[in-house]
Design a protein around this ligand. Structure first.
Ligand SMILES: NC(=O)c1ccc[n+]([C@@H]2O[C@H](COP(=O)([O-])OP(=O)(O)OC[C@H]3O[C@@H](n4cnc5c(N)ncnc54)[C@H](O)[C@@H]3O)[C@@H](O)[C@H]2O)c1
Length: 448
């Protein structure tokens, strides 16, 4: 026998298939905006929600505030009906709502879910029967069930409940982690398989149908907690392996072995090895932060996540290690950091992106300044840099010329716009934290 709820489920899947479903995306940032464009490209009418009026205005004017997204892409989406708003009452018209708001750490290195809870509280009054709500923000296992669901159920005036079975009516809730790799042009976004876990089978079915319109492969899992943990496993895997090579790099330097040559040789093994590369420290919104979401949650279960702790310790120390290497390189030239003119190349946390969240460059700039260096930076993606992690940096981009004036030029981000051979030729001393000068032979280069 077909129940009313079965019929509604089939109805929404039909709306998704025919592109009539209205999609709301909350948080028009690095994750939410590209997602809105993907759905728009599939001819869905998408509404982007954000709390920052200037972002909404920019998008509605057909412009972009993210370098790798061109205004023409926004305008193309507008033709399919895309618009942005700060008005949450529009949630009532949406068939599916996807939440892509930040999940940072607070001052005590604990999860700060205030953006998620704020969003859920704002949209709860506008929920309607049969709607799909999917959370994409990275978070600890249990967040969807323990935080999102209770707030949705408590906050909607019609007393709607979250559907737990195929025959039950209500609101459908799912978690689907974002897996974007900013700056990666090797893998098309729609080729990245999408993991989804619902609060019940209907939510999983709906989320699978929805994401199946923009991703070639959807991977349904048995619960929201499995989907949440999957994302953390992926990021912790990176964090731990990066820490491993960062530690081995330090040992290799003492032993006079080039870690990069070792990695290149090891990666010729056709199985059982994946290459990770050392660097000046972790950056970005994910790898330096997400593992601590799990270590915080683990404490609730009297469990210590030792790999995460050790990896965090090694990776956090890397900018300090870079400072030691700069000091040693200057020392060789009978100079000190105090009073030295130092140019840092790159403030973005990785190559060719306009994102400096948690960038190790910020710590390196702060530490150099603290030690009395006259610091400058160059980065084609940032005209200015305001705050570092602990201090106001308030710096402006320095042109990439007259490099001979600096006692040291430090490569922290290896943007492809840089001509490293020319940089080495023009500089007195180059400290390279990224192996960007590979293949260039010069006594001026110190690799660390
Ligand atoms: N950036 C990435 O590469 C990446 C990759 C994978 C996962 N993630 C995860 O995705 C989530 C979003 O990250 P991001 O990089 O897009 O963040 P972001 O800071 O670029 O964007 C977040 C947007 O949400 C908006 N916002 C904040 N509170 C809001 C609210 N209550 N209502 C509506 N809008 C609100 C902000 O104004 C901002 O525009 C995070 O959990 C992050 O860990 C990010």
């Amino acid at each position: 026998m077909t129940t009313a709820s079965d019929g509604r489920l089939a109805g929404l899947i039909q709306k998704i298939d025919s592109r009539e479903a209205r999609i709301g995306i909350v948080g028009m940032g690095y994750v939410g905006l590209p997602l809105a464009l993907l759905f728009s490209a599939q001819k869905f009418k998408v509404t982007g929600f954000d709390v920052v009026q200037s972002r909404v205005d920019t998008l509605n004017a057909g412009k972009s505030y993210i370098v790798r997204i061109s205004p023409s892409e926004i305008q193309e989406a507008q033709k399919a009906g895309f618009r942005a708003t700060t008005d949450y009452s529009n949630i009532a018209q949406m068939d599916a709502v996807i939440i892509c708001v930040p999940t940072p750490l607070n001052m005590h290195h604990e999860p700060d879910l205030s953006f998620v809870t704020g969003t859920v509280q704002s949209l709860a009054p506008w929920l309607h029967e049969g709607q799909l709500i999917a959370l994409e923000s990275t978070t600890y296992p249990g967040t969807t069930e323990e935080v999102v669901v209770p707030l949705l159920e408590a906050g909607n005036p019609r007393g709607l409940k979250v559907s737990r079975s195929l025959s039950e009516s209500g609101v459908h809730v799912a978690f689907s982690p974002e897996r974007e790799d900013p700056g990666n042009t090797d893998v098309e976004r729609h080729d990245i398989p999408k993991v989804v876990g619902g609060c019940g089978p209907a939510a999983t079915q709906l989320a699978t149908a929805l994401y199946g319109t923009i991703f070639r492969r959807v991977v349904p899992v048995s619960s929201t907690a499995v989907a949440e943990m999957t994302k953390l496993l992926e990021n912790i895997y990176r964090c731990v392996n990066i820490a491993l090579v960062n530690e081995l790099k330090q040992l290799c330097m003492r032993m006079g072995i080039d870690i990069h040559e070792v990695i290149d040789a090891a990666k010729t093994k056709p199985f059982g090895f994946q290459a990770f590369y050392p660097g000046p420290g972790l950056g970005g919104h994910c790898i330096p932060i997400d593992p601590f979401y799990l270590s915080w949650k683990a404490r609730q279960f009297d469990f210590r996540t030792r790999f995460i702790d050790v990896a965090g310790e090694i990776n956090t120390n890397m900018p300090y290690f870079v400072i030691e290497q700069i000091a040693a390189a200057l020392n060789e030239q009978r100079k000190s950091i105090k009073g030295a003119k130092i140019l840092v190349l790159g403030v973005a946390y990785k190559r060719d992106i306009d994102d400096l969240r948690e960038s190790p460059s910020l710590t390196i700039l702060e530490l150099l300044r603290e030690k009395g260096a006259a610091v400058a930076y160059n980065d084609p993606y940032f005209a200015t840099v305001g705050h570092g992690r602990h201090y106001a940096l308030n710096m402006t981009n320095t042109p990439l010329d007259n490099l001979g004036q600096y006692d040291a030029v430090v490569i922290v981000t290896d943007h492809s716009a840089y001509d490293f051979r020319a940089i080495v030729e023009q500089s007195q001393l180059v400290v390279d934290t990224r192996n960007a000068t590979k293949g260039i032979n010069s006594p001026k280069i110190v690799r660390c």
